[in-house]
Design a protein around this ligand. Sequence first.
Ligand SMILES: Cc1cc2nc3c(=O)[nH]c(=O)nc-3n(C[C@H](O)[C@H](O)[C@H](O)COP(=O)(O)OP(=O)(O)OC[C@H]3O[C@@H](n4cnc5c(N)ncnc54)[C@H](O)[C@@H]3O)c2cc1C
Length: 591
Amino acid sequence: MNEILKGGEFLIKEISADAIFIPEEFDEEQNMMFQTAHDFTDKSVFPVIDQLDTHDRELLDKLMKEAGEIGLLGVSIPEEYDGFGQSFLTSMRVVEAIGKGFSFSVAFSAHTGISTLPILYFGNEEQKKKYIPKLASGEHIGAYCLTEPDAGSDANSGKTKATLSADGTHYILNGVKMWITNGGIADTLTVFAKIDDDKNLSAFIVERSWDGIEVAPDEEKMGIQGSSTTQIFFTDVKVPVENLLGERNNGFKIALYILNFGRIKLAGATVGASKNIIDETVRYANERKQFGQYLASFPALKYKMAEQVIRTFVNESLTYRISRDIETATAALKDSGMDKDKAIVEGIRLFGIEASISKVFGSEALDYVVDEAVQIYGGMGYSQETQVEKAYRDSRINRIFEGTNEINRLVIIGELLKRGMKGEIDLLTPAKQVAKDLLEKPAPENNLDYFAEKKKTIANLKKSVLLTAGAAMKKYQAALMQEQELLFNFANMIIDLYASESLLLRVEKLGKKYDENKLAPYKDMLDVFVYDAAFRIYKEGVDAINTFAEGDELKGLLMGVKRFTKTAGVNTVAARRRIADKLIEDGKYNF
Ligand SMILES: Cc1cc2nc3c(=O)[nH]c(=O)nc-3n(C[C@H](O)[C@H](O)[C@H](O)COP(=O)(O)OP(=O)(O)OC[C@H]3O[C@@H](n4cnc5c(N)ncnc54)[C@H](O)[C@@H]3O)c2cc1C
């Protein structure tokens, strides 16, 4: 059996291709679930997507219930609560299929993810029995109420208050929540509030039908108009004491744990959305002519389409790699005797760094895809007649919710350093080793085969992160957490490194299944992405070093980061053209 990796350990360990899951390994049942969700999006959501965007709450509610009827809302809910009891990975596959469904996908994800899971994983048996079957069937729609007008990224600073009634039977809830997805259609609300003068939030299950709850009209937003986003006002709402979710003061922890799910699921949705928009793009490029030629024949546009494909393929590679790693960690925790709900929450917590990587990478990959889709459509891309215009507006929110990408970047590096300092991950020994390696002449390694060469590049990229972040850590100690520009340099290096490695391991694994001919476009993607990533990592590293080092240290670090980010030359023009040619010939994303 493969060694079970801890989250964050990718930075200090060599990972084998056999240790990761690739989407080509989905089994028949998982593909069937995918197909069901895919067909639902095509047949039930797409035909009404423009109507949905007119804030038609009834239609949204109807679609959610339809999704519930065919089992899509209960994919990973245990059978004892009327779900399908499928694995986390299967639920991710369904999220991908729904992900192409524009604003419906946001309503779906908010319901099945951040709204249902707090009760499923932190509720007691009575709470689960009472609420989960209804959420699984769609009889009740869920909402997650954390954000307030004055408490966004700093969510624990919320002012919503819960006070125990004199007879001790219920809490009296007062406050305002803002930007609540599904606000206009939700029946079951997970509301975060502070009991009396507690420092931390507590969580409550609140029913919309109770007195004192007022839901504002839908916000007019830049995009995802079809998902209902509202303010919710709570005035002297009586919440029975048995509806406290988890322990008092533990709500902020619940909120953060659940956001880990939200983040990786968001990445899954961006995979589906990206593939759909690439299909739209190549269809248009294959139909429209300018200067007597199809748009698809222009090399400048081939560059963009190839890049859409590469970023989407990488996004998919890392998202499913993480999903399986979470499953594996969860299974190991269960085997060690941990309660099954705790095990999944802990499994995903262990991969919180990776979940944040996927959130940032996925949302930024999709933004690239939709932006260049609009560009390739030209003037038509600016018209509301086209799906790419909607996709462009809808995509933007992904960098804002589930923790902004700034907050997620800070989580990536902050959590890594925290685990390093706690000794959960040994960052110190490899960081010291890298500093030592620098003093020695690199041993010549001739005749490495294709994958060995790439692995060496990835191993060196890891060294470049350890070298620069290690030196900054030594210099600033705990004060490093205040140097946000530096933290962003390191987070960006780590994201590119993790993305490169995920792509490499997938392509290497595919190499065992495919002949050279079939493997060729994937190797092209690997060549282009790693080549670009190494340059980006170099730039981030140099920027960081110039901030804090001087004299001999500066010289040594600059030399080191240059050495560790060196890559073989790649004809990226030819490689991108070949990737685009396959896309154009297939007429759709078929990678
Ligand atoms: C359409 C939509 C749907 C949403 N759905 C939900 C939902 O269902 N439930 C829910 O509870 N919330 C929801 N939200 C809220 C969302 O999670 C918040 O908008 C988000 O967390 C950011 O908070 P904020 O808007 O208050 O921005 P702020 O926190 O004010 O941030 C503003 C800017 O400052 C940056 N910033 C903040 N703190 C730091 C820092 N420490 N260091 C560096 N930069 C920082 C941010 O990255 C951002 O760029 C939704 C929001 C929208 C727009």
